[in-house]
Design a protein around this ligand. Structure first.
Ligand SMILES: C[S@@+](CC[C@H](N)C(=O)[O-])C[C@H]1O[C@@H](n2cnc3c(N)ncnc32)[C@H](O)[C@@H]1O
Length: 254
């Protein structure tokens, strides 16, 4: 994967919306690399990821709903969602850059909306309270890096219909990561991964301006509750590549 076109914080690979636009157009990248993942992290595991998403968003298995994917990217995951929406008669709204959306098929039940959510006033106004199922997978961390993750979550919630559900999935949590790498399991994982007999570096009680943590995730959940939504922090299926350091936020509108 080309590193020159992307940004990294403390060794964490952390592209921006603009980086993804460029990656979408880079013919040397695989469909997984275009969305920021080495093939080894996604190629085999995307069916498990999709299964995990389906468990958390039961509306997807209903019929004739309005489904929104913010940041679908272009790996096999959006193709799985597209096939499911076609089978179930859903309308599927896709929001991403023009370059990324161009890599996904055009079908009568799909509406492509170009833009960087939530900076899309016309789209946001049009779909207030109309989305039955909202998925945004591995995207909240990008909005955090770009400084508008709270607006991202608030605006996404405003789109939910009564009974609607929203999964902000695959969210890296630096606090969870630290807890894991401070454990014996974490040490074994690190030593297996690096092939070295060293200990992972874990530092508690330090500023973490570049990372989502327990505080930001619990804060998002609390704020949503005070705005009239239910909210839950869920673990990922253990077969998922980042299950030891990422988790999923589920919101429902009563
Ligand atoms: C890490 S990739 C994840 C893609 C896909 N959801 C997945 O998990 O395979 C992030 C995707 O979100 C898009 N994206 C990032 N920020 C966005 C925003 N604010 N609004 C819409 N799309 C965004 C990027 O262009 C990219 O396609």
């Amino acid at each position: 994967m080309s590193s020159s076109s992307t940004s990294s914080v403390n060794g964490f690979y952390n592209p921006t919306f603009e980086d993804y636009r460029r990656m979408a157009q880079d013919p040397s990248l695989s469909c997984y690399e275009k969305v920021g993942f080495p093939d080894a992290y996604r190629k085999e595991s995307e069916p498990f990821i999709f299964e995990d998403i389906l468990h958390k968003l039961p509306t997807l298995n209903q019929k004739n709903k309005v489904v929104l994917d913010i940041g679908p990217g272009c790996s096999q995951l959006p193709h799985m969602l597209i096939a499911l929406c076609e089978r179930n008669g859903h309308t599927l709204l896709l929001v991403d850059s023009e370059e990324m959306l161009a890599l996904l098929p055009d079908k009568p039940f799909i509406q492509k909306h170009v833009g960087q959510f939530p900076k899309m006033d016309a789209f946001v106004n049009e779909f207030q309270g109309r989305v039955d199922c909202l998925l945004s997978y591995s995207v909240l961390q990008i909005a955090f890096k770009e400084g508008f993750f709270q607006q991202f979550a608030d605006t996404a919630l405003s789109l939910l219909s009564e009974g609607g559900e929203m999964l902000l999935g695959d969210v890296p949590n630096i606090s969870k990561r630290k807890r894991f790498f401070a454990s014996s399991n974490g040490v074994r994982y690190h030593q297996h991964f690096t092939g070295e007999n060293t200990l992972p570096t874990v530092q508690f009680n330090q500023m973490e301006p570049d990372h989502l943590d327990d505080g930001t995730l619990f804060g998002l959940m609390m704020r949503a509750r005070l705005q009239g939504f239910d909210s839950y922090l869920l673990p990922q299926d253990s077969r998922l590549p980042f299950a030891n350091r990422r988790e999923d936020l589920l919101f429902t509108r009563p």
